[in-house]
Design a protein around this ligand. Structure first.
Ligand code: PRX
Length: 649
């Protein structure tokens, strides 16, 4: 990677920008030196039912961990996204819906979204949902998903959105873990011209998993497929329930530290964890980062291509933009349907000014060649954003030159489900760009690099990325397991939040995220625990043992490489490989499909029985010459065998 190439802030961008270089420096200084003053002021950017008098109250002291922001303030997130705009921009578009089918799109105003949300909030209440209850949302990318999330927020229910690409098993585990008694879904989803059997998956999840105990399933009609199975008494049609619902629903006053939502994400060990975000700090942080990082101005059309099933969809399709009164585009489909010009087509059709997408999407388009942008001008674009994984400089340059016509700054935004909002990113008017670098911290964020013993490293260096103090959007706990929260994030390096990422800092103080340093994979920007895939594999009766590692993949960033040891008597075969791939898709979902399966008569283990993944990663990456120290292996012969039988890709 080179950090030689620099794109300075252009005069036009600086002219328009909310924050210039000097302002950034000064605001950043104040945000870390006087957090109460800084956030006390910026905390007022959202509406409070009862204003806060306290701002920051946090300590990362391992034995005494506590994170609270605006703790005596009272507010409602849905009122901040809807009600407060009614007077000034009630008839302005809030959401532009662009369907999977290019002939389908519509605009939803703030007033319409407000009305629909109030009605659905009343529907939820009628179904017995109370403040603090968990509502699972397993939906496609349609307006009703936004309505469902906002309706939960309105009545103080905690939404738990489960990505529509997850399997029934994965859904059931999340419903059960959240003790969620309510599910909102659709008959089917539509993606790339194909129907996704969402309701059928819900049925299958609830039928085969007693621990997922649900009273009510509300089904939005998306495709109208009337073959969708129905359980009388439990299942209700959204449209029927909405028909008689009142459009009056007062927003529930929520304490700043009351939960807003939970969202499952993968860690290096164990089952996915329910990351819990609260209301006040999250709303302040999501809205502020959305405005400053994307340099959002009134009237800009903003498009984030993420899915509501991930945190990016929460913070930067829904809560951040709507709190700012933005026009947010909601896309149901995929970038290559009906063909790979779709992204450019959508930009032109809706005159998108700000486009926020993932490196994997850019690399997929890049592989098609520049002609995929033929017939589109993308002249409306002013700013581009990237998220989810490191963006290689080559993809950055292509994004800049081809999609952005060489005229748009790119904000490479580094953050995590846990962080609620963007932590490291250039501000377009303030920070010169270096392709591949997420660059500088946002206000209030204090990144540091530490060695494996937790010593802070200074200057130009590389190490483990930690954050030294709290910011308002930070997660507060793991749902139902506070101890695991403390252990996962605050025990590796005492007194610091550990991100799980590694990074390099260059001589200009720019951060370059190098990727996870733990056993978490990042496949097409989707985060996955190797342990999750392994436990899915060993649940198959022919598998004795499995080890999963990531390997470099041109489009996906990382691919999933699986080493499988079969139980005695089972023969390796191509059929069995296919069966195992199907099995993992069934257990987790298509996003976890193994790319490569290598049969492994044995796995490299230490004498105490620990699998040495470092070696497996090197073999998968075809870097046999860099295996490093293998002297602690119980049986070094295993390694030679794996190298000689390595699967060819
Ligand atoms: O490894 C980092 C990578 O994605 C991880 C967080 O994944 P998730 O919680 O699913 O959230 C993704 C969307 C915020 C991080 O630990 N990551 C995210 N953004 C970047 C990134 N890596 C490098 N550069 C980024 N811009």
């Amino acid at each position: 990677m080179t950090d030689k190439q620099v794109y300075p802030v252009s005069p036009e961008v600086a002219e328009r920008a909310l924050v210039n270089k000097e302002q950034y420096e000064e605001m950043y200084r104040q945000s870390v030196e006087e957090p109460d003053t800084f956030w006390g002021e910026h905390g007022k950017r959202i509406d409070w039912i009862k204003p806060f008098t306290k701002v920051k109250n946090s300590t990362y002291d391992y034995n005494n961990l506590s994170i609270k922001w605006f703790e005596d303030g009272v507010l409602n997130a849905s009122a901040n996204c809807l009600d407060r705009h009614l007077e000034t921009r009630g008839d302005q578009t809030a959401i532009i819906f662009e369907g999977d089918d290019p002939s389908e799109s519509r605009h939803v105003t703030y007033r319409e979204l407000h009305e629909e949300t109030c009605k659905f909030a009343n529907v939820l209440k009628e179904q017995g949902v109370r403040k603090g209850d968990v509502v699972t949302i397993y939906m496609p990318m349609i307006v009703e998903t936004a309505v469902a999330m906002l309706a939960c927020a309105r009545i103080g229910a905690i939404h738990s959105v489960v990505f529509g690409g997850f399997s029934p098993e994965a859904l059931a585990a999340r419903v059960a873990n959240g003790k969620s008694r309510f599910v909102v879904t659709a008959d089917e989803g539509l993606r790339g011209g194909r129907a996704i059997p969402l309701k059928k998956n819900v049925d299958s999840a609830l039928k085969h998993h007693e621990e997922a105990n649900v009273d009510s399933v509300i089904v939005v009609t998306r495709t109208g497929n009337d073959q969708v199975p129905w359980t009388e008494g439990r299942d209700h049609r959204y449209e029927d329930l909405m028909q008689n619902a009142s459009a009056q629903c007062e927003p529930e006053p929520m304490n700043a530290e009351d939960p807003l939502f939970m969202l499952y994400t993968s860690g290096s060990t164990g089952a996915p964890k329910g990351v819990l975000h609260t209301t006040g700090g999250y709303m302040v942080y999501a809205s502020m980062t959305h405005q400053y990082v994307f340099d959002y101005h009134d009237g800009d059309v903003y498009w984030c291509t993420a899915d509501f099933g991930w945190v990016t969809g929460h913070s930067y399709i829904l809560y951040g933009p709507l709190a700012n009164g933005a026009v947010t585009l909601l896309f149901e489909g995929v970038p290559n349907y009906p063909d790979s010009s779709r992204m450019g087509q959508v930009v032109d059709k809706h005159q998108v000014n700000i486009l926020y997408t993932a490196p994997t999407a850019i690399r997929a388009l890049m592989a098609q060649g520049e002609s995929c942008m033929d017939g589109t001008t993308r002249k409306s674009l002013k700013l581009l954003g990237s998220v989810g994984e490191p963006i290689n400089p080559e993809a950055w340059e292509w994004y800049h030159r081809v999609i952005g016509n060489g005229e748009c700054p790119i904000v490479d935004t580094w953050w995590q489900t846990e962080t609620g909002g963007i932590l490291i990113s250039p501000l377009p008017g303030a920070v010169d760009l270096k392709p591949g670098s997420a660059s500088k911290p946002f206000f209030g964020v204090q990144p540091a690099l530490v060695d494996n013993d937790g010593n802070i490293l200074e200057g130009e260096t590389e190490g483990n990325l930690v954050i030294l103090d709290s910011w308002p959007g930070q997660m507060r706990t793991i749902y139902g397991d506070h101890e695991r929260f403390i252990q996962t994030y605050f025990s590796t390096y005492k007194g610091m939040y550990f991100t799980g990422d590694g990074a390099r800092r260059d001589a200009d103080g720019y951060y370059w995220i190098t990727g996870r340093v733990d056993d978490v994979l990042n496949v097409s920007g989707h985060r996955m625990g190797t342990a999750e895939v392994e436990s899915a594999l060993v649940a198959h009766d022919k598998v004795a043992e499995a080890a999963v590692v990531g390997y470099p993949h041109d489009i996906k960033g990382q691919g999933i490489y699986v080493y499988v040891t079969l139980v005695q008597g089972e023969e390796p075969s191509d059929e069995l490989k296919k069966e195992l791939v199907q099995w993992v898709r069934k257990e987790i979902g298509p996003i976890a499909s193994p790319d490569v399966i290598q049969w492994a008569p044995g796995l490299p283990k230490t004498r105490s029985g620990k699998i040495m993944r470092r070696i497996l990663r090197k073999i998968a990456a075809n870097e046999h010459d860099q295996l490093g120290d293998t002297s602690t292996l119980a049986d070094p012969g295993v390694v030679d065998e794996l190298i000689s039988s390595r699967a060819f890709r």
